[in-house]
Design a protein around this ligand. Structure first.
Ligand SMILES: Cc1ncc(COP(=O)(O)O)c(C=O)c1O
Length: 404
């Protein structure tokens, strides 16, 4: 893959790294190819492009120049050979699983994952006779717990790190080594870190998945997803699922994500710096029982996170002391209802600080028992630290905490 820059420095690649741009008008910013179909010179050319003997675009569900630019950019940033963009992060997760795992086969994963992924794995895949074997987060970094879950029908190892919403850190290299020994691909959901902070493929993973809705888009204005891997896996995901089930990305969304990515490095530095400051403040707060942020030395995954991440990103979860009793859920709700600057909303990675209550919102797909197994407390609060001044976020949390 060639890029428009000779530099391999991350910040430069983030701005310049892409391959061909189909424009004849010298635009600095590539135009949006907002078209569903493409014209052919004649029937013979159409036949050649459909038959694969000539390169060219034929229909946007299959490929589109603007979406191609995004796919090239992510492949470059993730150290992958190829990528396929999808209509949402969930479409990226589902396309990967549906292309690589068939009925009577299984996946080995962890149970602290995004609630939508959990619902897909725990409910919908079950209906297709695809099994998922979940490891609780505390057991997920010991090969003696992982290997016994793998059998002859295991077709995919799947992890998310940092995990949503508990910020558990999963050891990518450990899982990648096990995947290699068993000749099974390892997929890593890299949404919480972004390729600027973590590069799973360089640590041995085979597939990287993103909800581009989050840090890659960065501005809370699109839904999208992407899968990066080697060319064989991306071809299989395209041919066995994306092309015919149709979860393709809109060129307009691809263009917005490309625009968002240009500021990824500066945004991730700022999100990480502010999140560390807020996590350290929360940790000292008399009303706070526990803070989950991988940048804190007290976090169980701090050592592994320090090895596999460049910085610790912008999401913090915490529990209040008052949450330790039976009213945990009520206390959590009261805190988020009291904020004024922070916005009560799901999603993360936006410029605005977002606050939410996983047990009743993003992870409402878990039963009480399943929440407990995944280590997601009823009163847990998740904060996606935005780009406001961190002191303003702290003041807002303080005024809300004082009323709890
Ligand atoms: C880690 C993670 N993966 C995947 C998804 C799904 O992405 P989307 O909402 O774009 O479908 C989310 C959504 O919050 C997420 O947090």
């Amino acid at each position: 893959m060639t890029t428009t820059s000779n530099s391999s420095r991350e910040e430069t690649l983030i701005v310049h790294g892409m391959t061909k741009c189909h424009t004849t008008s010298n635009d600095l910013v590539p135009p949006i190819h907002m078209t569903s179909t493409f014209k052919f010179k004649d029937q013979a050319q159409a036949q050649a492009i459909f038959g694969g003997t000539e390169e060219g675009y034929l229909y946007t569900r299959i490929s589109n120049p603007t979406v191609d630019l995004l796919q090239d950019k992510i492949a470059i940033l993730e150290g992958a050979k190829d990528a396929v963009a999808t209509s949402s992060g969930m479409a990226a997760v589902a396309s990967t699983v549906m292309a690589l795992v068939k009925p009577n086969e299984n996946i080995v994963s962890c149970n602290a994952i995004y609630g939508g992924t959990f619902a897909l794995f725990n409910t919908h895949l079950k209906h297709l006779n695809i099994g998922v074997r979940f490891l609780p987060p505390l057991l997920s970094n010991d090969k003696n717990n992982i290997i016994p879950l793998i059998d002859d029908n295991t077709r995919l190892l799947y992890i998310e790190t940092p995990a949503n919403p508990t910020l558990d850190i999963i050891d990518i290299k450990l899982w990648a080594d096990i995947a290699k020994q068993h000749n099974i691909p390892l997929a890593v959901d890299n949404t919480f870190a972004s390729p600027y902070l973590q590069k799973p493929i360089l640590l041995g993973a085979d597939i990287v998945i993103h909800s581009t809705t989050k840090y890659l888009g960065g501005h809370g204005d699109i839904i999208g997803g992407i899968i990066a891997s080697d060319s064989d896996i991306i071809s299989k995901i395209n041919e066995d699922y994306v092309h015919h089930f149709g979860p393709c990305m809109s060129p307009f969304n691809a263009w917005l994500i490309l625009r968002g990515i240009k500021t990824l490095a500066v945004r991730m530095e700022r999100h990480s710096r502010s999140a560390l400051q807020i996590a350290q403040w929360l940790e000292k707060h008399p009303k706070v029982e526990h803070v989950y942020y991988p940048g804190l030395k007290s976090h169980s995954g701090h050592t592994i996170a320090s090895k596999q991440m460049k910085n610790f990103s912008g999401v913090i979860s915490f529990e209040l002391k008052a949450c330790m009793d039976k009213n945990a859920m009520e206390v959590g709700k009261k805190l988020i209802n009291g904020v004024k600057l922070c916005t009560i909303a799901v999603s993360l990675g936006d410029c605005e600080t977002l606050i939410q209550h996983p047990a009743s919102m993003t992870h409402a797909t878990y039963s009480e028992e399943e929440l407990k197994k995944a280590g997601i407390a009823q009163g847990l609060i998740r904060l996606s630290v935005g780009l406001e001044h961190p002191d303003d976020i702290i003041e807002d949390l303080e005024q809300s905490l004082s009323a709890v």
